[in-house]
Design a protein around this ligand. Structure first.
Ligand code: ZN
Ligand code: ZN
Length: 611
């Protein structure tokens, strides 16, 4: 079943071993051990030299585990380290050591805020802690607290923080109680538990009293939501089709967990039931828009459902959500395919995107062949549903065109005589590679040597900007010069320039005062997904520079777009505006959205119940 899937390269099918897990002394175990050792020796990293100074600490770890100490604090580790007779590791060597041990799977160490004060020496400790909460019901028999917890979890997918603590206070699980906050933080970090977003009356984040555990929900969707009136004309669907034969259930749980992290679960029906089910769920995007996620065995179907009509679903919203989901899904699936030995290998995308018909049940894919004989309306084969092409393709962002309205300011003389600001140059540098910037700079009379120096010292992301800035500062470049240089390097259209002078007046409608609100944590959480993959241009439009981008994106190395966009908004709100003595308002955020080509109506809709 794994033929022609990325999993195939991780399977070893040579020996047949039958282990009886109930027999402590099963002979086959020894055989299994030998085979694992044999395979290990064939791994590319086998036999690579390691720093000798790591050995004493490795031995210390082994002895701690033997003495039943599976988890230590950093202070404890530092003490052990300082007592080493030959030479103790320096602070930074210690960090390298821990990260290396983590990478090879010997310990768990997370170099992140709140998590970097502990080391789990024996990873099974975390698994045991997790199993004490999430397990099969028959392992809870006779333990009423855990039985109750299990029943609630399988129905609603939630586990109360209070009950976890109650269980861990019991004799069998006391080893977890001491480090309860850390262990729960790790499980949240790994998306095993998801802490729902809760806010106080001032819209600041406050801790919730429970976690979601997507993997435990057994309930099926019998709410009638998909069968509700005029569903086909109120929804749009897209599918992520797996390139391997099936989507592992664990992957769909991670994906649902991701959605739980970003959006609130919808409540529905007479009883206001939480719409969270086995491998599916409904989330609230804004007061009139929901998102239905359904993970099947071979594909994940995502539907946007509007309260009245799918023609009212904004393209800017649909495309941003699609970008966030696609990037999250790619990141999650890479976790399942990547191995430690070939991390640098970039795998092909694991999912293909397909536009679907609007059927609530088993939607058809729009085939390439359908595109040929479809102009405005596509009638799907299986259901005969008439789908408006423009509406169902709203997931894909419109390409912005290289032309603009007549009388555009960039053709006027006053404009062409002006000097570009830093913001103009940042926008310009996003449009060109350092190579193109170099060509332009030479036409702007910067010397080759000067350009080379910048290229050598600057990061690739900031090089274009630095080259252009140097041109402006040392040669007094105007927009006219930029225009001429662009033409010489073969970028004909003068209307490239109007991409640099955005900020046309925005119609902030009849209630201007609401745009003067200072964004709260809740505003930021709602807006972050709407930035989609435009993170860097958005940061620039908020007035921040490439150095800030470097810092934020470095912190967010392994994380997803929504968290990255959240960080950008928070950096701006809490640091940038304070440092520059600006009042952070929703108006500025809306302006930045408008400048990355998104309609501000989108911001208005999303926050409509928070104004
Ligand atoms: Zn259909
Ligand atoms: Zn123009």
């Amino acid at each position: 079943m794994f033929l022609q899937t990325p999993f195939m390269q991780h399977l070893v099918i040579r020996d047949k071993i039958f282990v009886n897990a109930k027999d402590k002394y099963d002979r086959e175990m020894a055989k299994l051990k030998d085979i694992i050792i044999r395979e290990s020796k064939m791994q590319p990293t086998w036999g690579e030299p390691l720093p000798k100074c790591f050995i004493p600490l490795q031995l210390e770890f082994a002895s701690l585990i033997k003495r039943n100490i599976p988890l230590i604090t950093i202070e404890h580790l530092q003490k052990i380290n300082s007592l080493q007779p030959i030479r103790s590791l320096t602070e930074s060597e210690l960090k390298v050591f821990l990260k290396f041990q983590h990478a090879i799977g010997k310990v768990l160490y997370f170099d992140e805020h709140r998590l970097d004060r502990h080391v789990i020496l024996s990873p099974t400790h975390l698994i045991d802690a997790f199993k004490s909460i999430v397990t099969d019901r028959r392992f809870c028999q006779g333990d009423t607290v855990r039985e109750e917890l299990w029943d609630v979890m399988s129905k609603k997918g939630v586990v109360s923080k209070q009950i976890i603590k109650q269980i861990w206070k019991k004799k069998n699980y006391q080893k977890f109680y001491k480090d309860k906050d850390y262990l729960l933080d790790v499980m949240t970090h790994l998306d095993i538990l998801v802490e729902p977003k809760r806010y106080d009356s001032d819209h600041n984040r406050i801790p919730a009293d429970f976690y979601y555990v997507a993997s435990m929900v057994r309930a099926k969707d019998d709410s009638g939501y998909l069968q509700s009136a005029s569903f086909t004309t109120r929804s749009n669907a897209i599918a992520f089709q797996s390139s391997s034969l099936m989507i592992p259930p664990a992957l769909s749980f991670r994906f649902i967990s991701y959605c739980l992290y970003v959006w609130a679960v919808k409540t529905y029906g007479n009883t206001n039931k939480d719409m969270l089910f086995h491998r599916s769920g409904v989330f609230t995007i804004d007061p009139s828009l929901d998102m239905y996620i359904d993970c099947e065995d071979k594909r994940i179907v995502v539907r946007l459902v509007h309260a009245r009509s799918n023609t009212l679903i904004m393209r800017d919203v649909a495309s941003s959500i699609y970008e966030c989901l696609a990037s999250a899904l790619e990141k999650i699936s890479q976790l399942y395919i990547r191995t430690s030995s070939d991390q640098s290998q970039t795998s092909d995308p694991s999912f293909m995107t397909r536009i679907c018909c609007n059927s609530p049940d088993n939607p058809c894919f729009l085939q390439d062949s359908d595109l040929d004989n479809t102009d405005e309306v596509w009638i799907c084969h299986a259901h005969g549903i008439k789908c408006n092409m423009h509406t169902i393709s709203s997931w894909i962002a419109e390409q912005d065109e290289d032309k603009c309205k007549p009388g555009c300011t960039v053709t006027k003389d006053e404009f062409l005589r002006a000097t570009p600001s830093d913001l103009h140059l940042r926008r310009l540098s996003l449009l060109y590679s350092p190579f193109e910037a170099k060509e332009m700079a030479i036409h702007l009379e910067l010397s080759k040597r000067e350009v080379e120096i910048i290229l050598e010292t600057e990061d690739i992301k900031t090089a274009s900007f630095e080259i252009l800035r140097q041109c402006r500062d040392s040669k007094g470049v105007t927009f006219k010069n930029v225009k001429d240089a662009l033409q010489i390097i073969g970028k004909e259209s003068i209307h490239i320039l109007c991409k640099l002078v955005k900020g046309q007046p925005i119609d902030f409608d009849m209630e201007p005062e609401k745009w003067d609100l200072v964004p709260t944590a809740e505003h930021i959480d709602r807006l972050a997904p709407l930035v989609g993959k435009n993170s860097l241009p958005f940061l620039i439009e908020l007035g921040m520079d490439f150095n800030t981008w470097e810092q934020i994106s470095h912190r967010q190395n392994e994380r997803d777009l929504v968290r990255l966009n959240q960080d950008i908004l928070e950096e701006w709100r809490y640091k940038f505006c304070r440092m520059h003595n600006l009042k952070p308002t929703l108006r500025e955020i809306a302006r930045a959205f408008s400048n990355i080509g998104k309609n501000i109506k989108m911001v208005d809709n999303t926050l409509s119940d928070l104004f």
